[in-house]
Design a binder for this molecule. Structure first.
Ligand code: SF4
Ligand code: SF4
Length: 145
């Protein structure tokens, strides 16, 4: 039987094509949530407060092509800026590959199912609130599994 796992899946991030780089994203949406940084420890804490361009129903950015011009804080991940990987959630495919770890078994590249991240309960789909409803932000800290 033919494997559905792409042969490039274990390549170092720096060797991925742009297409493969985009396919590596598991679509969890966690990185689109507001984050707070502890001033004493520098630790990053996630909230369930979504970026204004994030659509919770589809768990996607509503204007991915123009995201960085519309939302200055939105980061385009790059292997050229390795320090950015540290604030990503521990389940993030880019962080895992950056740390030379395997992808979880629910990753769409392993299941062949684009919805498998949501079905595994590993995305923020339908679990977010808007910034207008999140006052104060400190009351909306979340440990995304
Ligand atoms: S946290 Fe990582 S895997 Fe999840 S949506 Fe963001 S970039 Fe993609
Ligand atoms: S602009 Fe889009 S990709 Fe960037 S954080 Fe907001 S929802 Fe996510």
């Amino acid at each position: 039987m033919k494997s559905i796992t792409p042969d490039w899946i274990d390549k170092p991030l720096g060797e991925l094509t742009q297409t493969h780089w985009e396919l590596l994203c598991d679509g969890c949406g966690k990185c689109c949530m507001t984050k707070l940084q502890d001033e004493e420890t520098d630790k990053i804490h996630y909230t369930n407060v979504a970026c204004e361009l994030f659509d919770s129903d589809s768990c996607r950015c509503t204007d991915y092509a123009n995201r960085t011009s519309k939302i200055p804080d939105c980061i385009s991940l790059s292997i050229k800026r390795p320090h950015e990987f540290a604030w990503l959630p521990t389940t993030c495919a880019y962080r895992l590959r950056f740390e030379s770890k395997s992808l979880p078994n629910w990753h769409p590249l392993l299941t062949g199912d684009l919805h498998s991240t949501h079905e595994a309960g590993c995305s923020v789909k339908n679990r977010t609130i808007s910034v207008e409803d999140a006052v104060p932000l400190e009351h909306h800290l979340v440990e995304w599994g």
